[in-house]
Design a protein around this ligand. Structure first.
Ligand SMILES: Cc1ncc(C[n+]2csc(CCOP(=O)(O)OP(=O)(O)O)c2C)c(N)n1
Ligand SMILES: [Mg+2]
Length: 487
């Protein structure tokens, strides 16, 4: 990660193209150009039809049946019977414990803390957008590919404009998806609207894909009376019942055990849908990450845990966050099928999520996806990331490994996108956003009374006291509060 940008981004991209080992935060990872599925490795061999262009998740599932095992608790009486009757060689090699039979060994050997090679990273597109030959991927329709790319550009412009609005003091806070646009949008594209989303906070792209309007984003960020949260949450805490998108909650990882529970309810109702819960690399250090994965595995709940490993948890680098080979290896510890994917490759993310969704629903099981990527922006508007990381590192990811440029090259190379469309899209989105911001800014704030509703049926006396106190304060210091708040 040293000499980041002494050479031009194009040179860097070409240089990288020639290398099989890609740099991600936390070390180099071998890039797997075929199926690359971690669970694929478990079943004892590569995909037989290497030229297969269109993935057939069901066929893959059939191929994995051998490794789908659940260790059964041994009944005491069975243990006793087998102890009395057993004389086969096989039985001499293994021994029963609660949880099932295990083989034994007289050799004292500890399991190594890591394997010799890192789990490979599945990718479909080269850094310059060229399709890797002979790779397995889920074909995307022209309509969806154009929508994916248009949404990525929209997200970029939305981030720039809202970020500037925060710098101008018009909104109190903002957080961008820069560098991670492919993750939220390509994963959303691979899902059905019925799938339930439990986000962390860097996934507005999922909402964009599902049709949340720029006005709805602006209303939430400005906390006006059109905001579904009634102005009670910080900006970027979006939520939409209509789009099956749970409202973002600031405490990290709380969404994971909730996701396991919601997925279990889908299972009980025999729904053909799954839950998708996003989490950052930092979030995996929370107890809720482990509780969520364990619950989902034991209950065989149809949930995709999608970890965006972007190298940083605010100022904490992944090397200080965990000692393991990232997140993907943690799946196996919980009995969860897992894959590592290049999060800056929209086609790889789309393909992996499509396959994961099929498996989660058809086999009723959780799946873990670790997407390797990089947070190009500051953590939020409350952060200055140049205080703890090199500027040339940021520039390298922004230019040489940019997921939006990479996908654009692909759609443009196959003739689905043009320079003219690009210019039109950028102009139109920018105009729509500026209008949305103006409308949101002018829209009244929710009445003060709304601050105290929707939690208690009958508000307790201390809350009533606080409400009275707040009204008095606003009346006494009108200059310190927005003039359009009705007291
Ligand atoms: C339970 C909890 N602990 C700490 C925080 C403060 N906090 C907010 S974001 C963050 C870092 C999260 O990093 P990561 O999960 O990698 O997500 P990223 O910001 O990189 O997308 C922390 C520690 C919090 N919100 N909740
Ligand atoms: Mg992170």
């Amino acid at each position: 990660m040293a000499n980041w940008l002494r050479i031009s981004s194009r040179t860097v991209a070409n240089h990288i193209k020639k290398r099989m080992n890609k740099e991600f935060m936390g070390g180099a990872v071998h890039v797997n150009q075929s199926s690359g599925l971690w669970w694929g490795l478990n079943r004892g061999g590569p995909v037989s039809d290497r030229n297969r262009r269109h993935m057939d998740p069901l066929a893959w599932n059939r191929a994995t049946l051998l490794c789908v095992q659940r260790f059964k608790t041994t009944l005491a009486e069975k243990q006793h019977d087998s102890f009395l009757s057993s004389d086969s060689d096989d039985d001499n090699q293994s021994v029963d414990f609660p949880g099932g039979k295990v083989s034994y060994t007289s050799e004292m050997s500890f399991i190594s803390e890591s394997s010799q090679t890192r789990v490979p990273c599945y990718r479909v597109l080269e850094d310059d957008g060229d399709l890797i030959s002979d790779c397995d991927f889920q074909q995307v329709s022209k309509e969806d590919a154009v929508k994916m790319y248009s949404n990525m550009v929209t997200l970029q412009i939305m981030d720039n404009i809202f970020y500037e609005a925060q710098r101008q003091g018009r909104i109190s806070f903002y957080l961008t998806s820069a560098g991670e646009e492919a993750i939220s949008i390509a994963s959303a594209a691979a899902l059905s609207e019925q799938d339930i989303i439990l986000p962390q906070y860097r996934e507005p792209g999922v909402l964009l894909w599902r049709g949340f309007t720029l006005q709805e984003f602006a209303d939430q960020c400005f906390g006006n009376k059109a905001d579904y949260g009634k102005g009670r949450q910080m900006p970027i805490h979006y939520g939409s019942k209509k789009h099956n998108f749970f409202t973002i909650s600031s405490p990290i990882a709380t969404q994971l055990p909730q996701a396991a529970g919601i997925a279990y309810s889908l299972k009980m109702d025999n729904k053909k849908a799954c839950v998708v819960s996003y989490i950052g690399d930092g979030g995996t250090s929370e107890g809720d990450f482990h509780a969520g994965l364990n619950f989902a595995a034991v209950m065989e709940a149809p949930v995709i845990f999608f970890c965006r490993n972007n190298g940083w948890a605010i100022s904490t680098n992944v090397s200080e966050q965990f000692r393991s080979d990232g997140i993907v290896v943690k799946g196996r510890a919980y009995g969860i099928r897992s894959i590592r994917v290049d999060g800056n490759d929209a086609l790889a993310v789309y393909s992996a999520v499509s396959a994961a969704r099929e498996m989660a629903i058809n086999e009723q099981r959780p799946i873990l996806i670790e997407a390797l990527t990089y947070r190009v922006g500051h953590h939020s508007t409350s952060d200055d990331s140049t205080k703890y990381r090199q500027l040339d590192e940021i520039v390298y990811w922004k230019k040489a490994r940019n997921p939006v440029n990479r996908f654009r090259n692909w759609v443009q190379n196959i003739g689905w996108w043009s320079e003219q469309q690009e210019a039109q899209l950028r102009n139109s989105v920018r105009k729509q956003l500026l209008e949305a911001i103006q409308v949101a800014e002018k829209t009244e704030k929710p009445p003060l009374s709304e601050l105290f509703t929707d939690v208690y049926d009958h508000p307790p006396s201390n809350l009533e006291e606080q409400e009275k106190h707040l009204r008095e304060t606003v009346t006494r210091h009108p200059k310190d509060y927005p003039s359009d708040i009705s007291v």
